[in-house]
Design a protein around this ligand. Sequence first.
Ligand code: F6R
Length: 237
Amino acid sequence: MQVLVYKDAATIAKAAAAIFAGEIAKKDGYVIGLATGSTPVPTYQELIKMNKEGVLDFSKVISYNLDEYVGLEPTHPCSYRYFMNEQLFDHINIDKNNTHVPNGITCNAEEYEEAIKAAGGVDLQLLGIGSDGHIGFNEPAEDFVYPTNIVKLTDQTIDDNARFFNSRDEVPTSAISMGIGTIMSAKRIILIATGKNKAKAIAAAIKGPVNPAMPASILQMHQNVQFLLDEDAASEL
Ligand code: F6R
């Protein structure tokens, strides 16, 4: 596990985008795993910029997103499919047929897991982290859940994500998410965390015991993982 601390989110975004560019150039059919939420947005802006400048080609890239809210149509403005189109896919030369986000209506967990395997697995997985330590939507629990599955969101996650909805009541209470095993099967992982509200989860994930009560702690067992942190997120290390 490598922990890299940067001065701010903009610098992290440049570093993360450079990692993506280096990896994607390695082969046609490179598989990226993508996250939603606020944290990856600056990285997506960098990727868009590099694509527009002609230095990063997505035409042969395949993507799988981590998760989707149960009950939201892909066209719903708060769905993660909508988010990905708006924040990244609509602005780069990726073939939309090669982009995959779990479907929150059909909740095709097994099918999603099989599709990732059939694509050869994720080559580079981008992660954020919840203030409760979740990765994807794998919430603190008694056991790690390995395959893609349906997850009940914690009150903390619903509170945190209410900012994207008109009111807290509109936040779905469950999600379909790649499981801990799906995430751990990625060949390389980068986790980005920015801001003081992530500091406790980051410290526990990196320094604490590996424990399903702190889902991100499982990353200590991965062979090729980098944490890209700003000073606030690293402040309790
Ligand atoms: C989103 C996801 C979540 C987020 C996490 C942090 O696809 O899988 O684990 O990465 O909730 O969200 P932000 O970045 O909004 O703080």
